[in-house]
Design a protein around this ligand. Structure first.
Ligand code: PLP
Length: 457
């Protein structure tokens, strides 16, 4: 904020916001907006001076925590040295970052940079279609995705999204997308062994590919864990099984690591809990710990061979994005990866995830807590009206628990507006620097908030 802006009275800021800002994912309201003004560590401070523990790391993205001076400095220094040049040419931060990402991914990848997770997925879809066309299978255009998963807000990424409540009034979206159910261990058929269930779910994918005609299917996209859709954990063998199905039918596997990547699940990337090395990996958010916008679509190096034919005038990827791979964002990302390595934030997320899982156990004392799912520093608390029948709790009550947390200084999230009847999961994705007492505060506060809202029911 400039000095002049710093002198603007609070009321003035509220007023200007209410008059001119169209907020993301927010119904019209006569209330003043919640203005976040400062942030440090795992805490944010609002315009009224109130301090909150941000157990959502913004929007699942401030992995290294707030107030990391080194990241600010990296951005500043890059701005002074060379603030902008497009990636139709090249610049040093992008070259260094692309190389570094292959190290994090554990194999040799070629990286296309954009600004957002949505664009990273759009790029993956276009690349997958072009890859097939250039390897003699131009009929492969369909993208299979899963119900309940979110893949972005643009017309293609939203078409891949399996959440109808996000699509209503915006259709028709991009054609060529279809969906299969995602596994949900909590709601699997009674008595079914998780491994067997994982196999069955992968067979559903295989059936759809066969029935659609494999020669029409370009790619299958999935998150390692459905995150925004409700932190829905798959069976441990699911990713390995679906990767085998994709391989059998020549379908590319795109893994959306926009939330699961950069340590969130206790590994560099969520897919690394399996033996799979995906064909394409999309990433955003935690790549810069959200200090600057950046996303990446990493394509296995051998697939890139299909883009090398100099005799084909259309044989290269004909996409440019003005700010994609912005040098300032790439410089911030490089510093972010160094910081994460030095602070060992990825193994720390695994360790603190265990602490979080243990702390959240106390929530089971509430009859409305149906399932508590934790995977690294990613958690979902599924609230039900009836534990035996697993009937989802009404979304209004879930919202009231979240408001009661906020009144106590804790920010948690929820899977809002996803699929009908299933907006009943409280979500947690704190910065990976979180300490044990802060985790204890999260569990205590959730416990108190549930007691206040659900206790008398
Ligand atoms: C799994 C997943 N993919 C893609 C996206 C889209 O990313 P962005 O909002 O940066 O476009 C999101 C955003 O939350 C996401 O959670």
């Amino acid at each position: 904020m400039t000095e002049a802006e710093g002198r603007i009275a609070k009321e003035e800021i509220y007023q200007r916001d209410r008059r001119h800002v169209w907020h993301a994912f927010a119904p019209y309201s006569e209330q003043n907006p919640w203005v976040v003004e400062e942030a440090e560590g795992v805490h944010v401070v609002d315009l009224e001076g109130r301090r909150y523990l941000d157990a959502m790391a913004g929007l699942w993205c401030v992995n290294a925590g707030y107030g990391q001076e080194r990241l600010a400095r990296a951005g500043y220094e890059q701005m002074r040295r060379m603030p902008y040049y497009p990636l139709s040419a090249a610049h040093t931060p992008a070259a260094l970052l692309a190389d570094r990402l292959s190290g994090w991914l554990g194999a040799d990848y070629r990286v296309f940079f954009n600004n957002s997770g949505s664009e990273a997925n759009e790029t993956a879809f276009k690349l997958a279609r072009q890859y097939h066309a250039q390897t003699g299978q131009p009929g492969r255009y369909k993208i299979i995705a899963r119900y309940r998963a979110y893949h972005g807000s643009t017309l293609g990424a939203l078409a891949a999204t399996g959440q109808q409540q996000r699509k209503y009034l915006y259709e028709p979206l991009a054609p060529g997308f279809l969906h299969i159910p995602a596994p949900d261990l909590y709601r699997r058929p009674d008595g079914l062994d998780p491994i067997q269930y994982g196999k069955q779910c992968a067979q559903q994918l295989e059936q759809v590919i066969v029935w659609e005609g494999p020669e029409t299917v370009a790619a299958f996209i999935m998150e390692p864990v459905i995150t925004g859709g409700g932190v829905i954990l798959p069976p441990p063998n699911y990713l390995d099984e679906v990767a085998a199905v994709c391989r059998r039918h020549g379908v590319l596997l795109i893994v959306d690591e926009v939330i699961c990547g950069f340590g969130r699940t206790g590994k560099n990337f969520g897919f690394q809990h399996s033996r799979v090395q995906p064909d394409i990996v999309t990433m955003a958010k935690g790549i810069t710990s959200a200090y600057a916008p950046l996303s990446a679509t990493a394509v296995r190096q051998d697939l890139y061979d299909a883009f090398k034919d100099p005799s084909d005038p259309y044989g290269y990827f004909r996409q440019v994005n003005t700010f994609g791979g912005h040098p300032v964002s790439c410089a911030v990302a490089l510093e972010n990866l160094s910081l994460m390595e030095e602070l060992e934030l990825v193994p720390r997320a695994a360790r603190m995830g265990d602490v979080l899982a243990q702390a959240l156990e106390r929530l089971y004392r509430h009859p409305n807590v149906g399932d508590v799912r934790v995977h690294g520093l990613l958690a979902g608390i599924e609230l039900v009206a009836n534990r035996e029948e697993k009937t989802p709790l009404e979304a209004d009550l879930v919202k009231r628990v979240i408001a009661a947390c906020k009144a106590r200084g804790l920010i948690v999230g929820r899977n809002g507006d996803t699929v009908a009847g299933f907006n009943n999961v409280i979500t947690l994705a704190p910065p990976l620097i979180i300490e044990e007492p802060e985790i204890a505060f999260i569990a205590e506060t959730l416990d108190e908030a549930m007691q206040e809202v659900l206790g008398g029911r």
